[in-house]
Design a protein around this ligand. Structure first.
Ligand SMILES: Cc1ncc(COP(=O)(O)O)c(C=O)c1O
Length: 477
């Protein structure tokens, strides 16, 4: 056995490369990253690959070490190039973000140290930092100092945590689930619908409240729906509002909605995954009035703080409620000590072992300071307004004046199917590849979306997009 152990140890030592090897790998990786970043504005925002080309891509797991150059070469051709390039400033579809470089340094160090980010006892500094960042976001939206939450992988899990917490706080069980009512609009993000189902609330009544012309929840309609439901013996318990919808960027009248929720003892969740960080822009603060009265808020640093994908946040006013839904005691963890001041992420979310997400948020905030983030957010709002004006000059119809940095528009051609014409525009923009746009369907009508949230998108990109749309329309009319 000793012989075998020594042999295995020798083989396993490959997992601990020496400094020379580490430096060699670091150099290659950094060169690759620099090459990407130096040319990011020239690389296409969308690279269309045929199905055949994608099918030709294959991956292997070698038994013996492969050369890093070979691995990076495959990374470039088979992984980085095909499809959407979310790091591009030309990414103007879905909800972009960009991924500021310092996120990667935070991730790198978090992976090197592999600090345990689940429990205070194991990583007091880690938990303190993550809780600090969560409290910083709580403070931004006006939550009290006692509020906390969790750094999640993104907005979907944040919404799930909020909905599950609301379920328990309002005592929704198998006994009353079918009589319980959740209020939303057609414009809530589908991750909230998913959260409702995954949280075991699929049998609740989900009421879609009418919207005004600006695609915001009609609060008077909400008020009467709640009253009617109460008269019918139902149990209204949750309203989900949006502070920045994905389709049109609209902010629901949070102040009015939250008052209705409170009058009726309902939980109010605000999905500010996309829009939340715009509250940092002084001129936009007023639009978020009432968010501070919500019970829970989703806000995504990998959207509005331009961090790389992999960090969202749920903020919850009543930490006890969050804890009730997520706390468990495992025998093998009986030695852990606890502190009232710094609850552990593992007690406030479904995760036990988790990535140290706080570092990928803290490091960029340290290295850049908050000011450039605020400037980039305000720039996006002004660029959207600029596009809103200019796109009309080239004959497009526009939706509502944008609340934030997402807006809808479409071209109405003479004697052609409007929906088909606009879908074709998306295809033609994709073929050009320099910018990427997406579309949506509202009341069966196809609308094109402009979603500005990459820190790399500037006026030059918008002017390019306007010229491209002008050219495509001229050619297709
Ligand atoms: C308003 C809103 N909520 C939730 C989500 C889901 O977030 P994630 O994709 O980070 O899971 C999105 C994603 O775009 C969103 O726009």
């Amino acid at each position: 056995m000793i012989q075998k152990l020594l042999k295995l140890e020798k083989q396993a030592l490959f997992l601990e490369p020496n400094e020379k090897i580490r430096s060699g790998w670091n150099k290659e990786v950094l060169e690759y990253a620099n090459q990407f970043l130096n040319t990011v504005n020239e690389i296409k925002a969308f690279n269309e690959y045929t199905e055949e080309e994608i099918n030709a891509i294959t991956f292997t797991v070698p038994d013996a070490p492969a050369d890093i150059k070979k691995a990076l070469s495959q990374l470039k051709t088979d992984i980085d190039l095909p499809g959407l390039n979310p790091a591009s400033g030309g990414h103007l579809g879905y909800i972009p973000g960009g991924g500021v470089f310092a996120t990667s340094l935070g991730d790198y160090l978090a992976a090197v140290f592999n600090k345990y980010a689940g429990i205070y006892y194991a990583g007091p500094g880690v938990v303190k930092l993550e809780n600090f960042l969560i409290r910083w976001m709580c403070n931004i939206i006006g939550f009290p100092k006692t509020a906390l939450g969790n750094l999640t992988s993104g907005g979907s899990i944040a919404n799930l945590i909020a909905v599950a917490t609301a379920r328990d706080a309002k005592n929704i069980t198998s006994k009353n689930v079918t009589k319980s009512v959740i209020y939303v609009t057609e414009q809530i993000h589908h991750s909230a619908d998913k959260a409702i189902r995954i949280a075991g609330l699929g049998e609740t009544i989900v009421r879609h409240i009418a919207m005004d012309k600006l695609f915001r929840m009609d609060y008077l309609n909400l008020k009467s729906a709640v009253e009617n439901d109460k008269h019918s013996g139902l149990n209204p318990f949750l309203v989900i509002a949006s502070a920045g919808t994905t389709d049109t960027g609209a902010i629901d009248p949070l102040d009015k909605i939250v008052d209705i929720a409170k009058e009726n003892n309902m939980w109010m969740h605000t999905d500010a995954a996309y829009g939340g960080f715009f509250i940092l822009v002084d001129s936009e603060k007023e639009k978020f009035k009432g968010i501070e009265k919500s019970d829970s808020v989703t806000i995504d640093p990998h959207k509005g703080l331009f961090l790389s994908y992999g960090i969202g946040a749920v903020l919850i006013k009543d930490v006890n409620a969050l804890n009730q839904t997520h706390k468990y005691q495992a025998n093998y963890m009986q030695d852990k000590t606890e502190t009232q001041n710094e609850p552990s992420p593992a007690d406030l979310s479904p995760e036990l072992t988790k990535h140290f997400r706080g570092l990928r948020m803290w490091l960029p905030l340290q290295l850049y300071g908050l000011n450039p983030f605020k400037a980039a957010l305000e720039e996006k709002i002004l660029l959207t307004r600029y596009f809103y004006e200019e796109i009309q000059k080239i004959g497009f119809e526009v939706g509502p004046f944008p609340d934030l940095s997402v807006m809808i528009y479409r071209f109405i051609p003479k004697n052609k199917d409007v929906n088909q014409f606009n879908l074709q525009i998306i295809e033609d923009v994709k073929k050009d590849g320099k910018v990427f746009l997406s579309s949506t369907r509202i009341n069966k009508n196809v609308w094109l979306r402009l979603a500005l949230l990459s820190f790399r998108t500037h006026k030059k990109t918008i002017d390019y997009t306007l010229n491209l749309l002008k050219k495509i329309v001229r050619e297709n009319k």
